[in-house]
Structure formats: structure tokens, C-alpha cells
Design a protein around this ligand. Structure first.
Ligand code: FMN
Length: 190
């Protein structure tokens, strides 16, 4: 198996990060991998905020947790509570991924795909460097209150862009195990 396939096979979600920090050199490599993602029409209508500031991460996370706890459907909040009550799981670094907002349905569909590809570039770059990580769709809850504009400013998110996804980065306290794959979900047609 080649290196790329080994990295894809090894990746799995980490939800229990230690306080070991990530080097700036690694963060720079990860940011480059993110920017090397393909995008529809090569539009690159994205912005990535790589945040190490613990106080800021705590503040953003607290807002998301507050929103989650106030939802009538408590299932996600209860799941988070079972995982230690943290949305970012003590991640040392969070990469917030923002995309340009648009009402155009065609653009919207592609921009969500762009977002997923960037996130997976970040995730696989991390795994290749031995850095644990976890996709974080829940991050959108952090930007759903009147604190949104303040957070956007602090994260240097350009006007017209919205934070729509995140990847949590760090070194896990315990090793993670890749999920079982279901080969019945693929059909080979000759
Ligand atoms: C679109 C998307 C959103 C996700 N959001 C979260 C999240 O908010 N919190 C979380 O702990 N995991 C999140 N995950 C991680 C999934 O739960 C995880 O990928 C899945 O359980 C499979 O496990 P694995 O990543 O270890 O293979 C998300 C994954 C994807 C693809």
C-alpha cells in the first residue's frame, strides 16, 4: 500500500485531546494542504482561520454549547455531555472553515462540497503528520447567536463569508480506531 492509502486507512476521529501543542511548521503545512484543495470552477471562495488561542476557543465553544443546550431536541447536547461536555474536546487548535455566502442554489451546492474537500485535506494532512483530528459540523452552532459578528472579526473571516465547518486538531490522549468499512456499499460493474 502506498503512503496516501495508508494515511486514509489510519484516519479516525479523535474526541479526547491532550495539551501537547502542535508546531507552527506543521500548522503551516496543514494550511497549505487546505489551500491545495480543488474547488468548483477553481473559485476558492473560502477562508480558513487556524486558531491556537485557548481563551478564544473556550469562548466560541461556550457559545455553541449554550445554543445546543437550549434546543428543544436535546439529543446532540446529551451526546456531547457523555463525551465530556466539550464540543472541541480540548483540541489544541481549531481550524474554522468559512465559505462565501450566496443565495444562488447552484453555487451553494458546490460550495458545500468545496468545504468538505478542504476539511478532508486538513484531516488527512494532520493524520500524515501524526496529528489527531476530528471533523466538526456542530461548529455552526457557535455562529448562530448575536456573538457571530464579534467571533467573525476575531477569526479574521472576510465580509460575506460564514463559518460553516471546522476541523479539531491536537494529539489524542488515547489512540483512536478507524471505523469498520462496509464493502457492500460498493458495486463493481463490468
Ligand atoms: C459532515 C461531518 C460532520 C461531523 N461533525 C462532527 C461533530 O460535530 N462532532 C464530532 O464529534 N464528530 C463529527 N464528525 C465526525 C463523525 O462523527 C465521524 O467521522 C464518524 O463517526 C466516523 O468515524 P471516524 O471519523 O472515526 O471514521 C463529523 C463528520 C462529518 C463528515
Amino acid at each position: 500500500m502506498n503512503n496516501t492509502l495508508t494515511v486514509i486507512e489510519k484516519r479516525s476521529s479523535c474526541r479526547n485531546f491532550s495539551n501537547r501543542s502542535i508546531s507552527d511548521a506543521d500548522l503551516f503545512s496543514i494550511s497549505k494542504a487546505a489551500l491545495q484543495a480543488p474547488s468548483a470552477f477553481n473559485q476558492q471562495k473560502w477562508h480558513i482561520s487556524i486558531v491556537k488561542n485557548k481563551a478564544l476557543l473556550d469562548e466560541i465553544e461556550a457559545e455553541g454549547l449554550m445554543v445546543l443546550s437550549s434546543l428543544s431536541d436535546k439529543s446532540t447536547f446529551e451526546r456531547i455531555k457523555k463525551r465530556g461536555g466539550k464540543m472541541f474536546y480540548n483540541a489544541e487548535v481549531v481550524s474554522f472553515i468559512s465559505i462565501m455566502e450566496s443565495t444562488d442554489s447552484h453555487y451553494k451546492r458546490y460550495s458545500l462540497i468545496d468545504l468538505g474537500i478542504i476539511a478532508q485535506n486538513i484531516s488527512l494532512a494532520c493524520t500524515s503528520l501524526g496529528i489527531d483530528n476530528c471533523h466538526c459540523g456542530m461548529i455552526t452552532f457557535c455562529f448562530s447567536t448575536d456573538k457571530k459578528e464579534e467571533f467573525k472579526k476575531k477569526l479574521k473571516i472576510p465580509n460575506g463569508y460564514e463559518c460553516s465547518y471546522g476541523v479539531l486538531l491536537g494529539y489524542g490522549v488515547t489512540a483512536t480506531t478507524p471505523h469498520n468499512i462496509d464493502e457492500s456499499k460498493v458495486s463493481f460493474i463490468d
